[in-house]
Unconditional design. Structure first.
Length: 298
């Protein structure tokens, strides 16, 4: 059993997480924050066995962690998620936010096996004032499966602050999951929204749903069978299906089941949107496709 105490140090708010035996209720270990206002323990959950010792391991969010920066000395509130050994609480690895004020780790959640590789996967939420919102990770190798851009969700405020498994709602033997936006303005002041997402054999995500012409667009594909072929297509233009679809690239997933391609956006696309899709081999075998991801060009 895991218990978070983000305010355990009332002067510094380093935070602490306790692990207790579910049988005897005895304390097994504890883990403390390192920096003032780390707020370790705001978000905790268990994940599959990362280090192969036969014991499930632990996710601990520390959304207030500052990280070194080449330009500013330190960037504040970037956020870190500590992956701890379930045996003794030692740090196995850390996942880091990408920029200042991201509050990476404000929420964490074990979602179940969302891509069919036999290992439960998890998500990490970020803060309300920046793009990002939520990142999906593979429980098998800790690589990113998908990244939500909060700016793509109209009227979003706290997109991704609560993450929860939903079981297999769609009946495809993949785990589905729920994400909340507690203060969403979509249906009135602070009315809130809950989103349900389906698991998939393969994922595609752009670095942002809005990209300026002349700037790079990067598309990522992840989650399929390692070292297998994959392809990216453009399938919609301004919301209208393209016939035939335009092949953008043929490549292969690497040993961690990821692949990305980058292009410079031509000026002819200014004011338009394009829908992209990826194809590859799923972990369960057979051809797998991603959902369509739309990018608007400015």
């Amino acid at each position: 059993m895991l218990v978070g105490a983000a305010g355990s140090d009332k002067t510094g708010y380093l935070g602490r997480v306790y692990a207790f035996s579910g049988t005897s209720h005895k304390q097994l270990f504890y883990f403390d924050g390192v920096q003032p206002f780390d707020q370790v323990g705001t978000a905790v959950d268990s994940i599959p066995d990362v280090n192969g010792d036969g014991t499930p391991d632990v996710l601990v969010g520390a959304h207030g962690t500052d990280l070194p920066s080449a330009s500013n000395g330190f960037d504040s509130d970037v956020g870190v998620v500590h992956v701890l050994s379930g045996c003794d609480g030692s740090v196995l690895t850390r996942l880091h936010g990408l920029h200042e004020d991201q509050l990476f780790g404000i929420s964490v959640g074990n979602l179940g096996d969302i891509n069919g590789d036999g290992t439960e996967d998890f998500a990490v939420g970020t803060g309300p004032d920046v793009e990002g919102g939520c990142v999906l990770y593979s429980g098998r190798n800790l690589t990113r499966l998908y990244q939500f851009d909060r700016s793509c969700t109209p009227y979003s405020v706290n997109f991704g602050w609560v993450l929860h498994p939903a079981g297999d709602v769609t009946g495809d033997s993949l785990a589905d999951w729920i994400l909340t936006d507690s203060y969403s303005l979509a249906h009135g002041p602070l009315a809130g929204q809950t989103f349900a997402f389906a698991g998939n054999d393969l994922f595609l995500w752009p670095q942002s749903c809005k990209v300026k012409v002349g700037f790079p667009l990067t598309l990522h594909v992840a989650g399929g069978a390692a070292s297998s072929p994959a392809a990216m297509f453009a399938v919609q233009f301004d919301g209208v299906p393209m016939s035939p679809p335009a092949l953008l690239s043929i490549g292969a997933l690497d040993s961690l089941s990821t692949w990305q391609e980058t292009w410079t956006v031509p000026s002819i696309l200014a004011g338009h949107s394009v829908g992209f899709i990826g194809f590859g081999i799923g972990v369960r075998g057979g051809i797998a496709d991603t959902t369509i991801e739309t990018v608007a060009f400015e």
